[in-house]
Design a protein around this ligand. Structure first.
Ligand code: SF4
Length: 490
């Protein structure tokens, strides 16, 4: 007998029946989970556990048990029969469908369910998932009176003690759940029939591979499109536009009629593929460089965005700067400087003072995609208005080196449709690079910083060094990118 269809499996069936079939029958074909996705899942679990404090004293069905959902369902049944008032990870099986819900609590003889989302907003996908949970639970527990989503309240500001009732926002999804009972009865039937067919559904790749979630089987379905000349590697195009080309049998970038393309950033990619060489608009790059004044440094900032506010005066997911690195040249030597804020203390003022001091003698400050840094600086102005003028001076000196790339004034076929610093890094510096680092993205850096909360001193020192190495690499490649542009535009 096959295992019941879980909520995760059903979501996949909604996205693509092939995804669902592969997930159920060929899980070994799944792509390995990226570090970023692992961090995001872990945060979801952590926030879910944290929210249990809203209904203290409950019994966690999964605690101390091996991962056996049939056992969890039996345990839930027993707890309900024994009069338990609050159950965490309550598990239900109905008609070969299985769901777990974060919190189930009894209030005045009626059961109320709560599903926790580590998010500030409710999306259509969250509502649909919750409606599916309601459908299964209601059929197993007729006394279920309400089903709510718990999301983080974007207006909540931490003052003294954390007030958990104010931190979470409760939204009932009952209106949608009641409307959709028949929908789920039908759709779950379709999913079951798909499994009964006993063969992988013949579904072509398309925009659905990314909506609402990136599929875990891209490595299997997309393996024939890995060629860097595939139109599916084109950057700056919507997925829909990409598939319009692909489905009209234009599979390779060099098969596109260049005269039909309006956007410069797409045109440059097509030209690079046809000519098999880098493309540069020398005049534009030169004009851009001419705005840069010496002395120059590069700067990169890393931020932490804790779902549950950690410092007084902060909101859920507020960007907290914790590290900056800069690179500059002195006596023909590359020099670096980094400031690292320990996690225990809210030293944002010191962070600001350090960054102002470190950059004040430079006339131009190079960044690659300044949006995050500008947001951080704008927040610091609000927090410390006495530094308004200094921050404005710093902002005026920022030069965003992503601009020539974003505007389609430089492109190399090896960038493979990506316009990020990571994609251009191997062209700028062949020896140094992100690949050799423990941390390879800003998202990872954010979560790894958070792990300092539970690390001992030795682990903490290692983590700090890894974070600094990552931030300095970002600043170094940005600094060297200027020289790269100079040589290329000469
Ligand atoms: S990659 Fe696309 S077509 Fe293949 S299983 Fe996933 S969603 Fe379906």
């Amino acid at each position: 007998m096959s295992s019941p269809i879980s909520k995760s499996a059903f979501i996949k069936a909604e996205q693509c029946l092939k995804y669902f079939y592969l997930y159920k029958n060929h899980p070994y074909l799944r792509d390995s989970l990226s570090k970023e996705k692992q961090f995001i899942f872990k945060r979801g679990t952590d926030v879910g556990i944290f929210a249990q404090q809203l209904f203290p004293g409950g019994v966690d069905v999964t605690e101390g048990e091996k991962r056996d959902q049939q056992l969890f369902a039996q345990k839930t049944k027993d707890l309900i029969a024994n009069g338990t008032k609050t159950i965490y990870e309550a598990t239900f099986i109905y008609n070969d469908l299985l769901v777990m819900v974060d919190i189930l609590t009894k209030q005045e003889d009626k059961w109320i369910a709560y599903e926790v989302k580590s998010s500030l907003k409710i999306t259509d996908t969250y509502v649909k998932d919750a409606c599916f949970q309601y459908y299964v639970i209601k059929n197993s527990l007729p006394d279920l009176a309400d089903f709510n989503l718990l999301t983080l309240n974007p207006k909540y500001v931490l003052e003294n003690e954390l007030e958990i009732e104010k931190l979470f926002k409760k939204t009932s999804i009952m209106k949608d759940a009641l409307k959709n009972l028949e929908y789920f009865a039908h759709k779950t039937q379709v999913a079951k029939l798909t499994l009964e067919q006993g063969k992988i559904p013949d579904i072509k790749i398309g925009t659905h591979c990314f909506q609402p979630y990136e599929c875990d089987f891209l490595g299997t379905c997309w393996k024939n499109t890995n060629d860097p000349s595939s139109v599916l590697t084109l950057g700056k195009l919507t997925k829909q536009a990409m598939f319009e080309l692909y489905d009209s049998n234009i599979k390779r970038i060099d098969e596109i009629d260049i005269n039909t393309i309006q956007h410069k950033e797409v045109k440059i990619q097509v030209k690079a593929a046809i000519e098999q060489k880098e493309q540069i608009s020398r005049e534009d790059v030169k004009a851009f460089i001419s705005t840069i004044k010496q002395p120059v440094c590069s700067l990169d900032i890393e931020v932490w965005m804790p779902a549950i506010p950690y410092y007084e005066g902060t909101k859920p997911f507020q960007q907290i700067p914790f590290l900056f690195s800069m690179i500059y040249e002195e006596d023909q030597q590359i020099k670096n400087f980094s400031y690292f804020k320990p996690i225990e203390e809210d030293l944002r003022k010191e962070f600001l003072e350090q960054i102002l001091l470190a950059t004040k003698d430079f006339q131009s400050i190079l960044m690659f995609d300044k949006s995050l840094e500008e947001t951080v600086l704008n927040q610091l102005v609000e927090l410390y208005p006495e530094y308004r003028k200094d921050i404005a001076d710093l902002k005026n000196k920022i030069i965003d080196l992503a601009e020539p790339i974003r505007k389609g004034n430089y492109y190399h076929p090896e960038m493979k449709g990506n316009f990020t610093l990571k994609s251009i890094a191997p062209l700028v510096n062949q020896e140094a690079g992100f690949n050799n680092l423990d941390i390879q993205s800003g998202i990872s850096a954010m979560y790894i910083y958070e792990s300092l909360l539970v690390q001992n001193m030795i682990e903490g020192e290692q983590t700090k060094q890894q974070l600094i190495d990552y931030c300095e690499m970002d600043a170094l490649i940005t600094f060297q990118l200027l020289n790269f542009f100079k040589i290329k535009s000469d």
